[in-house]
Ligand binder design. Structure first.
Ligand code: ZN
Ligand code: ZN
Length: 150
């Protein structure tokens, strides 16, 4: 990371910390089944930054390759889910909004994976929705995916 931190966050035990040198970008939730399982929650809430604007600043997270396309980092000591990233250097690096010191700084702009949204979840009805693989580019990219979730 080359610039001054604009946003920071970390896990609940404090052993892993990170910083962004830009304001959180592309904030969204993903209701897809893989994100539900990865977070143990009803959906993943993620905000991103270009790779060059993200850095781990304390400790080293553990990383699980949840699929052949992506990795999810978490604290090995307390288990807090911390990040999601595709294995492509040009794609944003996403951190979990709940792990930010100031989640208010990352209002969500979009909901993904709504085909798997749990039927009783009533959530941000004013935020635009997208299904997994809605765009042809996304569909082609995701067609290559092999899940590593059990
Ligand atoms: Zn921790
Ligand atoms: Zn997802």
């Amino acid at each position: 990371m080359t610039h001054t931190p604009i946003a920071a966050g970390g896990c609940q035990c404090g052993k892993v910390r990170y910083a962004l040198s830009v304001a959180p970008q592309r904030s969204h939730v993903c209701h897809c089944r893989m994100c539900q399982r990865a977070t143990g929650g009803l959906f993943a809430a993620l905000a991103g930054a270009p790779r060059a604007d993200f850095a781990w600043t304390k400790g080293e997270p553990a990383v699980f390759a949840s699929s052949s396309l992506a990795r999810r980092a978490y604290c090995r000591d307390c288990g807090t889910p911390l990040s999601f990233s595709y294995n492509r250097p040009d794609s944003h690096f996403y951190i979990t909004i709940g792990s930010l010191d100031d989640p208010e700084a990352a209002p969500i702009e979009r909901q993904f994976g709504v085909e798997s949204r749990i039927s009783w979840v009533r959530f941000c009805p004013d935020i635009p929705e997208e299904k997994t693989g809605d765009s042809p580019q996304a569909a082609a990219f995701l067609a290559e995916m092999r899940s590593n979730q059990g």
